[in-house]
Ligand binder design. Structure first.
Ligand code: BDR
Ligand code: CA
Length: 303
């Protein structure tokens, strides 16, 4: 089992990433750290606790950054609603741990672990920047972040990358192996009415029912031609759980940290057009049906 620390900002799709991690024997989820992102920190923290609690899991949930390394909190009340969970109310979860995310990551139990980041990268960057030796213990960093084409937050930038480009830059330069799950990959994890119906048909417990309610409550994305919405974050966990569902290449990646309209844009060189070495793993193709089958099968195991 792979030891994992998961940093999130729930967030409807973050909830799925958490549930998939908690339901998967391939993953030993050691800690959940939380940042402000899809909603303010107070709300994302409450949501993370509720999601973990509904799964009946005992995993420390640790509050982290309210705002990015530079500039103010951006927030996204658009896709996930002001409560971050598209209006679906979960029972209150256990209390968060009284600690600070970056410190908790820095001082995590001995041994190596994988960092999964599915929100603004602030907590992970703070941990790595203040404890450079930590990179020796990080076997891999898997991020849902960026896009090689158009963004979803600005025309240039994906939401997580745009939320804290400086933090993403720190992770990309950390020397740790990085996998970047971009918007082009998550567009292949499209939530359609047929996929929601198939998942509902699995029965399951309170988690799967809440999961289906959340999927049905998120509006279809105009970017996807109104056909459905992309379920971004569990793709990052899926990469660890079932890599056979993906086809990946390598790329050189830089993130734009200037203040212009390109802030947060990820420059992804898939064809070695730049001298930078292509050391970032870039999942490019996803078996969407296989992925939703896995998600349903795993979530149906939860209470
Ligand atoms: C990312 O932004 C958030 O809205 C989602 O939770 C996901 O992490 C997609 O751009
Ligand atoms: Ca997220």
């Amino acid at each position: 089992r792979r030891p994992v620390i998961l940093d999130c900002d729930p967030g409807t799709d973050d909830a799925f990433a958490l549930w998939l991690a908690l339901a998967s024997p391939e993953i030993d989820l050691r800690m959940v750290t939380v940042a402000g992102g899809n909603a303010g920190l107070a709300r994302t923290l409450e949501n993370a606790c509720a999601v973990v609690g509904l799964a009946g899991a005992v995993v420390p949930v640790v509050p982290g950054a309210e705002r990015p390394l530079r500039g103010g909190f951006m927030g996204d009340g658009v896709v996930h609603g002001p409560d971050g969970l598209a209006g679906i109310v979960l029972p209150q979860g256990p209390s968060p741990v009284e600690a600070v995310a970056a410190d908790a990551i820095r001082t995590a139990r001995p041994g190596s672990f994988t960092l999964v980041g599915i929100g603004p990268a602030t907590n992970l960057a703070l941990a790595l920047a203040t404890e450079p030796a930590l990179s020796d213990r990080v076997s891999e960093i898997v991020l849902m972040s960026g896009a090689w084409g158009e963004g979803n937050w600005t025309p240039s930038a994906e939401f997580n990358a745009a939320s804290d480009p400086e933090a993403l830059d720190i992770l990309l330069r950390s020397g740790c192996p990085v996998t970047l799950v971009t918007l082009e990959l998550t567009a292949q994890a499209l939530v359609t009415p047929a996929r929601i119906a198939a998942m509902r048909g699995l029965g399951g417990g309170a988690c799967l029912r809440a999961a289906c309610d959340i999927l049905a409550a998120v509006p279809p994305s105009r970017r996807m031609g109104g056909e459905g919405h992309p379920l971004h974050d569990p793709c990052a966990v899926g990469w660890l759980v079932a890599p056979d569902l993906f086809h990946a290449g390598k790329a050189a990646v830089e993130v734009e940290c200037g203040d212009g309209p390109g802030r947060g844009r990820t420059h992804i060189d898939r064809w070695s057009r730049t001298p930078t070495s292509p050391d970032v793993t870039l999942p490019e193709v996803l078996d969407g049906d296989g992925f939703f089958a896995l998600l349903g099968q795993r979530l149906a195991r939860l209470p």
